[in-house]
Structures are given as C-alpha cells and as structure tokens.
Write a protein that binds this ligand. Structure first.
Ligand code: C5P
Length: 236
C-alpha cells in the first residue's frame, strides 16, 4: 500500500466511443481550441487538487490517448463494456494499490466543470462525512408523454445529476460491484449508492457543467472553454 496525502483520488471513465457524437473519433479526443476534451477535463481536476492521483479508464483499442499531454500523476487502467465497468476497474485498482479514503468520479466528457464547484463538493462531503454529487436544478417545464403530453411533472424537487460524484472508496466499490453482480442498471455512481441504501447529498453546481453528447454540444463547449480561459488570463 502506498500512502498519499491528501487521501482523495479522481477516477475518470474515458473508455466510451460516444456514438451519439457521430464524430470520427471518441468524443473525449475532439479538440476544443488547442486541447482535446480529455486534456481540458484533466486540467480542471489538476487545478482543483494538484497532487491527487487521477486514474483514467481507457479502451484497449484506444489509438489516441498516447498522443495527449497529461500531468505525471495520471495512471491508466483498462475500461470495461459499460461506464460502470470502467469505473469499477479503476476503483478496484485504487483499492488494491493505494490507501485512499474518498474518490471523485468525473466523466471525461465534462470539460467545463469549475474547480470551485469541485472544491465545494469536497468540502461539503468531508464536513458531513456523507457522499454527494454536483447537480443543477431543472429549469424547464417538464412534460411526460410519447407523442402527446400526458402530464406536467412538478419540477420543484427535480435535479440534473452531473459529475464529479464523491463517495468513500470502500462504500462506492462495494455498491458498484454488488449492483453489477446483480445486473442492476446503474448510469452513475449515485444510482449504485441509492440502490445499496446509502445517502447521496445534492451539491448545487453551475448548469453549464454539461456532458458533451451530441455535435451541438461541441460548439457550446468551445465557446464556454474559450470564455473560461479568458477569465483565467484576466485573473493572472
Ligand atoms: O456515453 P456517455 O456519455 O454516457 O459516457 C460517459 C462517460 O463514460 C464518458 O466519459 C465515456 O468515455 C465513459 N465510458 C467509459 N466506458 C464505457 C462507456 C463510457 O469509460 N464502456
């Protein structure tokens, strides 16, 4: 076991193909300005906690990762069939090799997250000793139906889940591993914890921490990243 301080690590699932993006490469390797989506994402995590380990799950057939410029505290593991399998491989690697208390899982395809929001999540989870997720309140009126509206869903208590999602490493590893063993469908870490009967607190984040999914998102992300970089320049 290797002890590191702080006892927090990041896990970044980056083994998806991103079929809905209809690009000629996985979406984490699309360029936003001079850097790829994944380089921007890792840069945000590094800016938040410069010394924390970052475990990235990548596909066995990945042809792009080797060309990236990434910090030294990045370690790669092999991804799995679904996102949850990729996350579990990274969690198991961490559990077997390091003495880590808390883990933050963050999608490779969310390069717009702000370090200040990640720090807010960390502070709230450590203060309350309870796991949590970044999320934004639903703003639009939500309709339920197929071709016609059947119902308007009250939105007062509706949130859009984002990442990072922060949990105790042991708690999350057990929850994801047991859920997968029982073939429960889990689309994020919180759903595994909920299934296991654990608590998940909601930490409000900016709504523009979007996950790049379709081609439209790339133009929005390019604009927002350029704006963020200008703001950093102004502060320096
Ligand atoms: O496809 P989706 O947007 O839901 O993927 C969310 C994140 O999970 C992406 O960063 C993607 O690379 C990752 N992923 C993974 N392993 C998979 C599928 C998705 O690491 N098998």
């Amino acid at each position: 076991m290797t002890d590191i301080n702080p006892s927090i690590a990041f896990v970044v699932p980056a083994a998806g193909v991103g079929a809905r993006m209809q690009a000629n490469k996985p979406k984490q390797y699309i360029h936003l300005g001079e850097k790829t989506v994944l380089e921007h994402t890792i840069g945000k995590l590094k800016a938040t906690l410069p010394d924390a380990l970052i475990i990235i799950a990548i596909s066995d057939s990945d042809a792009y990762f080797k060309d990236l410029t990434l910090p030294e505290n990045v370690i790669t593991v092999t991804g799995g069939k679904e996102r949850a399998d990729s996350v579990l491989n990274a969690l198991n690697y961490l559990s077997h090799n390091f003495s880590i208390e808390w883990v933050l899982v963050h999608d490779a395809a969310r390069p717009l997250v702000l370090p200040s929001d990640i720090l807010k999540l960390i502070s709230q989870c450590q203060t309350t000793q309870c796991g949590g997720i970044l999320a934004s309140k639903v703003r639009d009126t939500i309709k339920q139906g197929t071709s016609f509206v059947e119902n308007t869903v009250p939105r007062d208590s509706l949130w859009q889940a984002q990442t990072p999602q922060m949990f105790l490493l042991d708690e999350l590893t057990n929850a994801v591993s047991n859920a997968l063993a029982q073939q429960v469908s889990i689309t994020d870490e919180a759903s595994a914890i909920e299934w296991a009967g654990g608590k998940v607190q909601l930490v409000e984040s900016r709504a523009d921490n979007i996950k790049l999914t379709t081609p439209d998102d790339v133009a929005i992300a390019e604009f927002l990243i350029a704006k963020q970089l200008l703001e950093i320049d102004k502060c320096e």
